[in-house]
Design a protein around this ligand. Sequence first.
Ligand code: IVH
Length: 739
Amino acid sequence: MAMTDESALGTDGLPIDPALIAEAAALEEATATERHAALSVEIEAANTAYYEADAPILTDAEWDQRFRRLVALEAAWPTLITPSSPTQRVGAQLAGTFDEVRHRRPMLSLSNAFSHDELRAFDTRVRRGLGLPQAPEPAPDLTYVAELKIDGLAITLRYERGRFFQGATRGDGATGEDVTANLRTIASVPARLTEPATVDARGEVYMPKTEFARINAEREEAGLALYANPRNSGAGSLRQKDPAITAGRRLSTWAYQLIEDDAAPTLQLAGTAAVDSAAPGVASQSAALDRLEALGFAVNPNRQAGLDIEAVIVFTETWRDERHHLPYETDGVVVKVDRFDQQARLGMVSRAPRWAIAYKFPPEQVETVLEDIVPYVGRTGTLTPVAHLTAVKVAGSTVTRATLHNLDEIGRKGLLIGDHVILQKAGDVIPEVVGPIVAKRTGSERPFAMPAACPVCGTAIVQDEGAVRQYCPNLSCPARVSQEFQHFVGRGGMDIEGAGWKVLEQLVATGLIKTRGDFYRLSVEDLEGLDRFARKSAENLHASIQISRRRPLERIIAGLGIPQVGFTTAIELAAWLAVEVPAGDDWLRRAAALLERVATEEPERFAEVAGIGPTVSTALAAWFVADGPGRGVLQDLADAGVEPEVPSPRPAGGGESAATGPLAGKTVVVSGTIEGYSREDAEQAVRDAGGKASGSVSTKTDYLVAGPGAGSKLAKAETLGVAVLDAAAFRKLLEGDDA
Ligand code: IVH
């Protein structure tokens, strides 16, 4: 459930406007999630531009305003706080000016297994690679070591003749950051080894759960933003510019990999790079762990050697529940072929060894009751069934709502209202109803049916072909209209600061706003009459409305909410209009007249606008046609005194918009069935928005757009912490929109 924490504070320690939080709390969870994603993207882009390109795209005030909106969203919806949220990273970013360290050996990543069968498949590959008989034949020469996978920050520690010399973060695997001074403050990082060995030890820095709780309590008292989880705070603490701060954080480490300089040369087999080599006599991972311990490192005691794959599976089962009693976080089990000579023979694929795999514990599932299924009407009229659940805590936050997407999904899952259900969080973020607990039915459960009439305006609901979508066809349905207005004044449109959902609802309900132009007819007095509006807020909102009168033309177009028309198309259309309509008085009215004429008389001309394909041009024509939904909209804005900034005429098209689209510089992977797109369409949409469409998820991936059937790519994205978007969030992102 949304929380209204009126005392939330920004990272600067200043309180966030309670109105912003209240506004965020009033959103539907899905909308809040979408806004959060869009704001994060924008802030991230601004951060990159500022810190990496030294070319700010937002003023300090603009950045601050967006950041505050993000903090307010997170205050109202704590489930939105993820490690990758800009609110969690800002500290690290500000501190992030460490020297670079090139790793002597790349710091590898691991492939993942999400089920016991995937562990068995790993065993099959290993046996094949070593020329051993397949299970159930015994393979006594092959044993595995199982270690807990520590959910922390990977580090490498260099010791020269027994003295701690340098420590670095993993970074991109090839180059990390020199955090030696900070690592020196950690008690479990020995300053001297028990013998003058020259080694690299690798492991994980983590923050114990109790320390995490203590620090957050302290931060709460000091009015600072709270850390989302121990992993986050551990990483933040290690990347402090001032080692005294790190010292105050009581971090700890577990070492799990040893690379000794005087490694036995026989271990360096041709073509098998980066095998862990240890001192003569250390011929296995289990021996290396023992040796790390003997050298004075902290090595996690919860490990087991000499296992076959079935025994590994037993180990994972034991720790799946046991882990909750540990004083630190673990998110899985790392399984490694024990013998180094066998590791060397197996070698690597891409950036992960073939001799190891990370088994991830399944997402935490909880039981709750599906109290009701409530259809919500969206901007395009689509009815989305939303599960109303008895409040339950899962993966660190309280959940009361989860989208059920559509009727088909409810049917597929076999859900009845009143069911006891299993709930989990996809990627530990988005709440998902997994299915009913049929055994708990009492007979009082009832099926959900889409209402025959719109729950908001009563208009008969229309069933779309293909049976997936039901929608309210009434263009004046208050639910649709409010959301259309919200879209118009939102960041993908006129970007009117302070025109939040609560405000809009009132403006529509009181009849002050009937058309988009009405925003520009509002007086300070009109606004002052609204609930929770003091003179000052009324003046501020009024001022932001006035400023938006001169927004660039493409913002108006994108803000109209024309189906299929996002920011990229809006840019192309604006460029075309700038050429077609001569500059001068009353430009917007003349442009509106041209659009209507083209739409009505020669719609094929839209298809000639660069970058606009047949689907989009049809949608444009249908919208601007004389008796279409766009009738009079632009004229109304012109009447109200909106005078957009028109781009200077340039030949339309040319790759420019691609480089500046909402996905500029972003790498996006599409996987599974994305509602409303074929795979090709979705990838084309990414490219049209200036992004790069890629086939595989890696650390370079910015977003995974995932739908039903996304499978291993989704799992991988979740492991790597890549942001996962559903079709709706993807659409918003393409529009460069958060509203
Ligand atoms: S071994 C080549 N062992 O998990 C093998 N990694 O998903 C390198 N991790 O980057 C890693 N606990 O940061 C290994 N007992 C453990 C681990 C562990 C946590 C982390 C490590 C690695 C990531 C891979």
